[in-house]
Design a protein around this ligand. Structure first.
Ligand code: MCN
Ligand code: FES
Ligand code: FES
Length: 905
């Protein structure tokens, strides 16, 4: 033990600890400074940044032995507080710098250190600093963070006042379509928002800490599990195995389609007969400390009989492959697409036919916050599970039968969440903490480390796609043939629906009268397929958007003009044979055309023998909603003080559910003349909130937003008096009128038939992307120098939010194009190893242009935004690489060695 006297945030503190303790743990657990977030815990993300004796350090990588007695430490808590914000914090709020907010305290401390060293940094100085100190953000694409530092510096120098920086509500009181800061922003920038791991520290003393015993092979039969030695380890309360799980011990995949050959009950909570993938949970050790739990977990002995590991779809499809889930074929779902006439005769007669094979990777989500959650029994004996779930009601029904709990005895709550990007569309550890809590009768807490986050949560399902297109001499598309194979890992959940996306979105954006194709879902032993932002869109549109460029070249046409000829216009239909909702693509292309011509000239002029520059474009189309009659519900309540509370589940990955609800409700309630702070939000707790549905498919603004609008309108009509004024709370009570109105909205849409035809969605999002790249000829390294993004997402609710969604989505598109992967379980298990894009990989020059075509079915004209920015950047970048140096990459990511091989070949 050592004793240190420190000055922490200007206050004297005495610390007694082990030499080997990490500074991050001492700050968080001993001193309660939970603004210090732990993401990677290996020095790669900067979320734990603090200043020690004037130097910026990553506290997860600093042992207490390196802290001198008398040292001075500064964390975000010491920089500013909610009622005394520092200019950096105010600037982060005003510029929309905090999305999920998990990286925010680390960035704020880092910016503070930068501005101490350099009060007038340039944008490039700021980018160099964040790169050097490895401040990583997965949400924002970094641009608004650089804006934040620039503005903060101006305030700190006295060039701008705090008032000029802070958002001012316009005179008409309207916040819809403005840069009103999201309600959680103050808590995020001051580090006072408690995420799952922070709440874990604050749990009751008797809370047991959990550690998982996980598989280190990808496919095996379990012969035996011996917990005897582990049980005798210090501090161990119980080791939970499948034998302790009272229900079916399965998480149901809620099979969507009857033609699915599986039954959906394929994912064990705790493995019983088999291991299906690396990382599968075999047992949970519950102990008095995390350290003791982990030590005991290492002593659990699992005897296995290895089975062949099918790590890709072709391997699992081979004739001699055994069934991974005995009784269900490895190819368990097929989806056809058949629109218009048979394509074979059309292809026979067409002037031009072109074909390409493409592969999209097992992209890892890489939130900075690792998965975390806890469970306890409340005073009524109900099992309460708090996690990062972005589909509380959905997950409740997916895990209740496996746990053996009646749904009415299960409460699910979403903790403030440090990003999910879709992996939390699947339950992850909810059933594990649920099982541990039921088996011990005590509160339990489980926090993954980043390695577990990477190795034991779902990933984007890799997709092999072949596309053929037929066109006439003038470039009019006559037909398309498609074939796609989805490697969905071992668990079937949402795999059939994902496969349907191939039918819906390959070739989306273009009027193609005749389409034939087939896709299939394949069970493998690699990471299970979870929804990832774009869910099938990036997989579907990478092939068709690359092939459009290849077709343009074959026809001798410009890629933009070929697209322009074929995009949706009045009378066009989507690949599912329905109208595309709006017809603004020509307007979007007209906006891009002069910028594109300029970019072509610029890149050609700036190319050298050493560095070739090029420009590429791609179109992205995605839907806002789940298939068919997607529904959401929201309660709107009038309070005694005349304020209103909205209750619903609009789950927050970090995208800005709080702002979505507030903006939508405020606009809907305009006749009441409420200020934004008179609208309260009660969100994401199944005990109180109606079912808004999961925050997937960029659906919440449209579907949950509409239910909020309906609820607000119902409340206003209940309050309305015959003279046109509104009843007060007291008048409502006196007249016995319901104070709570239940809003519900269902999308006017229907499910696709077996040929992939129908009108599955009410609203769509459109995103036209142009990438300008530089390729280093000696190394094959690609740098994206500029992105231009023309978006039609309908009317904008909040400008800061949608800008942030687009910058962040584009950044993930750049990662998908150039670096991100989770194929090699060892190499890709760290942020750096998996190709996480740091600031210098993302251009500062990202231009967004909005075409705000009001959506007939969207609340106040809004469509969604979340996923469309990740549908087109990757093909635009690969098209730009080809334009720059003539290397055509059809297998993501375009790593330098692949481009170099192309250059040499
Ligand atoms: N919005 C708006 N105006 C519009 C459309 C949307 O201001 N015309 C706002 C909404 O109010 C909301 C946000 O933009 O705050 C996204 O809205 P929407 O597209 O409806 O998507 P959801 O709210 O359903 O969010 C989910 C979506 C998906 S599916 C993934 S995956 C995703 C994403 O959003 N994961 C994210 N964005 C993310 N952003 C962050 N920071 N972290 C994630 O994990
Ligand atoms: Fe410390 Fe990532 S650098 S948690
Ligand atoms: Fe940076 Fe979410 S806001 S990681």
């Amino acid at each position: 033990m050592i004793k240190l006297n420190l000055t922490v945030n200007n206050a004297p503190k005495q610390v007694i600890c082990e030499k080997d303790d990490k500074l991050s743990s001492i700050l968080r657990e001993s001193l309660g400074l939970t603004s210090v977030k732990v993401g990677c815990s290996t020095g790669q993300c900067g979320s734990c940044s603090v200043i020690v004796d004037g130097k910026l350090v990553r506290s997860c990588s600093m042992k207490m032995s390196r802290i001198k007695d008398g040292a001075t430490i500064l964390t975000t808590e010491g920089i500013g507080t909610p009622d005394n914000l520092h200019p950096i914090q105010m600037s982060w709020i005003a510029n929309g710098g905090a999305q999920c907010g998990f990286c925010t305290p680390g960035f704020i401390v880092s910016s503070y250190a930068l501005l101490q060293a350099n009060p007038s940094p340039t944008r490039e100085d700021i980018r160099d600093w964040f790169q050097k100190y490895r401040n990583a953000c997965r949400c924002t694409g970094y641009k608004q963070l650089v804006d934040s530092v620039m503005d903060a510096a101006a305030v700190m120098r006295g060039d701008m006042s705090m008032d000029e920086l802070a958002f001012q509500i316009p005179e008409d009181g309207r916040i819809w379509g403005t840069k009103y800061p999201r309600p959680t922003a103050v808590a995020k920038v001051t580090g006072t928002l408690d995420y799952g791991a922070d709440l874990g520290i604050k749990m009751p003393k008797e809370t047991l800490k959990c550690a998982l015993v996980q598989a280190e092979v990808s496919h095996a039969k379990i012969i035996s599990i011996d917990t005897s030695e582990a049980e005798a380890m210090p501090g161990v309360e119980k080791i939970v195995t499948h034998k302790d799980v009272k229900g079916k011990n399965r998480i149901t995949g809620l099979i969507t389609f009857p033609t699915n050959k599986g039954d959906g009950w394929d994912r064990p909570i705790l493995c019983d007969e088999k291991v299906f993938q690396y990382g599968d949970a075999i047992a949970i050790v519950c102990a008095d400390s995390e350290k003791n739990a982990k030590a005991a977990a290492a002593k659990v002995k699992v005897e296995l009989e290895r089975l062949p590991e099918y790590m890709s779809a072709p391997a699992a499809m081979a004739d001699d492959a055994i069934e991974i889930h005995p009784g269900t074929p490895n190819i368990y779902y097929t989806q056809k697409v058949a629109k218009g006439e048979e394509t074979a005769p059309i292809f026979d007669k067409a002037d031009v036919v072109i074909e390409g094979d493409y592969f999209t990777t097992r992209q890892p989500h890489m939130p900075i916050e690792p998965d975390v959650g806890f469970a306890y029994l409340d005073d009524e004996g109900k099992l309460c599970i708090h996690s990062k779930s972005i589909g509380l009601h959905l997950h409740l029904y997916m895990i209740a039968p496996g746990l053996g709990v009646e749904p009415e005895n299960l409460i699910m709550v979403q903790n403030p969440t440090g990003g999910t990007f879709g992996y939390k569309f699947s339950p992850t550890m909810e059933a594990l903490v649920g099982a541990a809590c039921l088996a011990t009768g005590k509160p339990v807490f489980l926090c993954y480390d980043w390695y577990q986050q990477q190795t034991y949560t779902g990933k984007r399902s890799p997709q092999f796609t072949t596309v053929r297109m037929a066109a006439d001499k003038e470039g009019k598309l006559l037909g398309m043939e498609t074939d796609w194979t989805v490697d969905h890992g071992p668990y079937s959940e949402f795999g059939d629906l994902l496969t349907l996306r191939g039918a819906q979105f390959i070739g989306a954006g273009y009027n193609i009268d005749n389409i034939r194709g087939e896709g299939r879902t394949v069970c493998t032993n690699h990471a299970w397929g979870a929804a990832f932002r774009g869910y099938g869109g990036p997989e579907a549109e990478f092939p068709s958007e690359t092939l459009m460029d290849e077709l343009a070249e074959k026809l001798g046409m410009d890629p933009l003009e070929l697209r322009y000829k074929n995009i949706y216009r009045e009378g066009s239909t989507t690949p599912t044979g329905c109208d595309p909702e709006i017809y603004s693509l020509p307007e979007m292309f007209d906006i891009l055309r002069p910028k594109y011509e300029e970019a072509k000239k610029k890149t050609a002029a700036n190319s050298t023998d050493e560095i070739k520059r090029g420009v590429g474009i791609a179109l992205g189309v995605y839907a806002s909603g789940l298939d068919g009659p997607d529904t959401a519900e929201a309660d709107v309540r009038l309070n005694e003080d005349g304020s209103v509370t909205v209750l619903t589940c609009w789950h927050d990955h970090g995208q800005g559910a709080d702002m979505g609800v507030l903006g939508t409700a405020h606009e809907s309630l305009r006749p009441l003349g409420l200020t934004p702070d008179q609208i309260h939000l009660t969100l994401n707790d199944t005990r109180y909130c109606p079912n808004g549905g999961p925050a997937g498919g960029s659906r919440s603004q449209v579907v949950v937003g509409n239910s909020i609008k309906v609820g607000c309108e119902m409340l206003m009509s209940a309050m309305l008096k015959s003279d046109g004024s509104y009843r007060t709370y007291q008048e409502m009570v006196d007249e016995n009128i319901d104070l709570v109105q239940h809003g519900k909205w269902t999308a006017p849409a229907n499910n696709c038939d077996e040929n992939g035809q129908g009108k599955p969605f009410a609203c769509y999002m459109y995103g036209l992307c142009m990438a300008e790249v530089a390729v280093e000829i000696a190394t094959g390294k690609t740098t994206v120098e500029k992105i231009t993004f023309i978006a039609d997402i309908g009317k904008v609710n909040n400008v800061l939010v949608v800008d942030g969604q687009i910058y962040g989505g584009v950044a993930q598109g750049i990662g998908l194009a150039l670096s991100e992967d989770y194929e090699d379980i060892k190499k890709h298990s760290t942020m750096k190893g998996a190709g996480f894009p740091y600031i210098k990989q993302i251009p500062d020059d990202i231009e967004i242009v909005y075409v705000e075509t009001p959506r007939p079915e969207g609340p106040h004209g809004a469509s969604g935004v979340g996923e469309v920015p990740l549908c087109s950047p990757h093909p635009a970048i690969l098209n730009a690489i080809y334009n720059a140096c003539g290397v055509r990459i059809r297998t993501l990511p375009a790593l330098p060695e692949k481009v170099l091989a192309g250059l040499k070949g």
